[in-house]
Design a protein around this ligand. Structure first.
Ligand SMILES: Nc1ncnc2c1ncn2[C@@H]1O[C@H](COP(=O)(O)OP(=O)(O)OP(=O)(O)O)[C@@H](O)[C@H]1O
Ligand SMILES: [Mg+2]
Length: 236
C-alpha cells in the first residue's frame, strides 16, 4: 500500500460576502496517495481551479483542512507555508507563464534558486530535468523563441525542479494540439515513474482523463469520487 500524501477533509470555499458571494466548494473530502496519477473533471465554473488552488496552498479554505504527510497546513505560519509550497508542490497552468526575456535554463533554475539550493547542484538538476522532458540542447535558447509545445514542456520542467511530491496541473494541454497533448501526458507518466511524483490534472478532455488511473469529478462544488467507469469518451 502506498503512503497517504494528502488528505482533504470538508473543504468549503466561499468567495466574497453577502448577496454577491459564491459558494465554490462544498464539503470536499478525499485522499491522494504518493505517486498517484489522477485527473479532475467537471463543467466550467464547477470549482476545479478553486480546489487546485487550495491543494496547492495558493489560497486558504473557508472551512476544512488540507493535511500533507500528517501535517495540517492550516496550522502553519506564512513562512513555513511558503517553504512547504516550494518543496512539496509544482504547478503547471494552461498558459506557461515563462519569463520571456530569460533563457530556458534560467527559467527552469528559478525555483531551485528560490528554494536555496546551491547553484552548481541546481544547474545539474536543471539539466537532468530538461533531459527528462526531451529539451536537452535548448538550454540557452530564449523562452520566447520556443514553440508552444516546447514552452509547455519547459514550464513542466520548471514545476518538477524541486522534485515535488505532487504536481498540480490546471488544463496543462488546453493550448496544445493533439500530438503535443499526447506527448505531455506520456512525459507526465514517465516522470511520475522516475521521480515518484503524484499528479492531479484538471482537464476538459474526456479522452485525456481516461488515460489517468483515477478520475474525480467536481459537480457544483461537490466532489464525486472515482467516476472513471461512468466517464467514457463519447461514441465515435
Ligand atoms: N477569485 C474569485 N472571486 C469570486 N468568485 C470566484 C473567484 N474564483 C472563482 N470564483 C467562482 O467560483 C466558482 C468556481 O470557479 P472555478 O474557477 O474554481 O471553476 P472551474 O471549475 O475551474 O471552471 P473552468 O473550467 O471554467 O476553469 C465559479 O462560480 C467562479 O465564478
Ligand atoms: Mg478553472
Amino acid at each position: 500500500m502506498a503512503d497517504v500524501l494528502l488528505e482533504a477533509t470538508g473543504l468549503d470555499k466561499v468567495y466574497g460576502e453577502g448577496d454577491t458571494s459564491t459558494h465554490a466548494l462544498r464539503g470536499v473530502s478525499f485522499t491522494l496517495n504518493e505517486g498517484e496519477f489522477a485527473s479532475i473533471v467537471g463543467q466550467s465554473g464547477s470549482g476545479k481551479s478553486t480546489l487546485l488552488n487550495l491543494l496547492g496552498l495558493l489560497d486558504t479554505p473557508t472551512a476544512g483542512t488540507v493535511v500533507y504527510h500528517g501535517q495540517d497546513v492550516g496550522k502553519l505560519g506564512k513562512p513555513a507555508l511558503a517553504k512547504l509550497r516550494n518543496s512539496l508542490v509544482g504547478f503547471v497552468f494552461q498558459f506557461h507563464h515563462l519569463l520571456p526575456e530569460f533563457s530556458v535554463l534560467e527559467n527552469v533554475l528559478m525555483p531551485a534558486l528560490i528554494g536555496g539550493r546551491p547553484p552548481m547542484e541546481s544547474r545539474k538538476l536543471a539539466e537532468e530535468t530538461l533531459g527528462l522532458l526531451g529539451l536537452t540542447g535548448l538550454e540557452d535558447k530564449g523562452a520566447d523563441q520556443l514553440s508552444g509545445g516546447q514552452k509547455q514542456r519547459v514550464a513542466i520542467a520548471r514545476a518538477l525542479m524541486n522534485r515535488p511530491a505532487l504536481l498540480l496541473a490546471d488544463e496543462p494541454t488546453g493550448n496544445l494540439d493533439t500530438v503535443n497533448t499526447e506527448q505531455v501526458y506520456k512525459l507526465f507518466r514517465q516522470v511520475g515513474a522516475e521521480t515518484g511524483t503524484a499528479f492531479l490534472i484538471v482537464t476538459h478532455d474526456r479522452a485525456v482523463a481516461q488515460q489517468t488511473d483515477r478520475i474525480l469529478e467536481v459537480r457544483d462544488g461537490e466532489l464525486v469520487q472515482d467516476v472513471r467507469n461512468s466517464y467514457l469518451p463519447p461514441a465515435q
